[in-house]
Design a binder for this molecule. Structure first.
Ligand code: DAH
Length: 341
């Protein structure tokens, strides 16, 4: 029996438990009610009486040793579990990338335009995309059967030729003038529709921003300065503007607005077709007929209006060569505008 106790002592001493099930097998073997030690205590009966006391002391010792070892194993297992739960934080690991979205380039441009004009007192107004003939054409001085109506390839609603998808945001200026009295300083961004074949340069759905300023004594000089201010703010402080005589039914006089080509510094390039100038929109003094149509007295008030294509100026600013990119939602394209806001 003495030998057995010695063997168990060294087994207990050298026992290692790295996992909970190893701890459990230690408990079963040395601590539980059916442990080898319990069995040995039962065997004491068969030990000769002179030796019984000595053996009893030995077995008590063994029992205590087993219990101490068991406590030790529990403590060290708990500690290693704790270590494992706090250890895996590796501060040198790169952070998990949050995929932040970005503004669509057209939204960026729209936001910039609004900010620039808000600084000089313009507010923002919106109108419907499905428009009637009056707001899209007639009130804007497009005479019935006037060829200018055909300049804009209109999507009409089949059942009602009076209803169409608006071809320009100029329709919103009519709505504003019908409701508000001067002074009016407003900007109307929005989607417009034209029955055009989709190509690198043209789309049947695009965006415009319309500007309108009506007050007493508004002159062409005001229009020119406002356009110059915008061009410098949007395209850079060295930008120059040029107004070319043109025709729109709702303005008189009318002009096409060009900016100096900032891509080649007016030396001549593909974008400006070697002219040094690029067109960004139309503008003019609001035709007195339009004011009258909206019940504003042209003898008292004058005003200017302008309209720009948001796709067009975005393409110029970021040198985007295909208008279709704006609607394709290709993440590789959109991602490039992450840093701009
Ligand atoms: N509505 C015109 C278009 O879509 C753009 C435009 C030109 C708007 C001159 C204006 C303007 O307000 O004065 O082509």
């Amino acid at each position: 029996m003495k030998q057995k106790v010695e063997a168990l002592k060294s087994e207990i001493l050298n026992f290692k438990a790295n996992k909970n099930d190893e701890l459990e097998s230690f408990r079963l073997k040395f601590i539980s009610r059916k442990s080898v030690i319990t069995e040995l205590f039962a065997d004491l009966k068969s030990v000769i009486p002179e030796k019984r006391k000595e053996m009893g002391l030995l077995l008590n010792d063994l029992k205590n040793q087993a219990q101490d070892k068991f406590n030790e194993l529990i403590a060290s297992l708990e500690k290693s579990n704790d270590d494992q739960s706090s250890a895996p934080i590796d501060l040198t690991l790169p952070p998990i990338q949050d995929t932040l979205g970005s503004l669509h380039p057209l939204s960026i441009t729209k936001k910039r335009i609004l900010e620039i004009f808000e600084r000089i007192g313009f507010n923002v107004s919106y109108g419907p995309e499905i428009e009637d003939d009056w707001h899209n054409f007639t009130a804007l001085n497009f005479a019935e059967n006037h060829p200018a109506r055909e300049m804009q390839d209109t999507f009409f609603i089949e059942k009602d030729p009076d209803i169409a998808l608006r071809t320009h945001t100029s329709s919103v200026q009519v709505r504003v003038m019908e409701k508000q009295r001067p002074p009016i300083r407003t900007l109307s961004p929005g989607r417009v529709f034209r029955n055009e074949a989709i190509s690198v340069r043209a789309h049947c759905i695009f965006h415009q921003v319309e500007g309108l300023y009506i007050d007493k004594n508004v002159s062409f000089a005001d229009l020119k300065q406002t356009m110059l201010y915008f061009a410098k703010e949007f395209f850079g402080k060295d930008t120059k503007i040029r107004l070319r005589p043109s025709y729109f039914p709702f303005t008189e006089p009318s002009a096409e607005l060009d900016i100096s080509c900032f891509i080649c510094g007016q030396k001549g390039c593909k974008i400006c077709k070697n002219t040094g100038w690029v067109e960004i929109g139309g503008c003019g003094m609001v035709d007195p007929n339009v004011l009258e149509n909206c019940k504003i007295d042209p003898e008292i008030y004058t005003g200017f209006a302008f309209g720009m294509g948001i796709e067009r100026i975005t393409m110029l600013k970021y040198q985007i060569n295909d208008i279709r990119l704006f609607t394709e939602n290709d993440i590789r394209f959109l991602r490039q505008f992450k840093s701009v806001n």
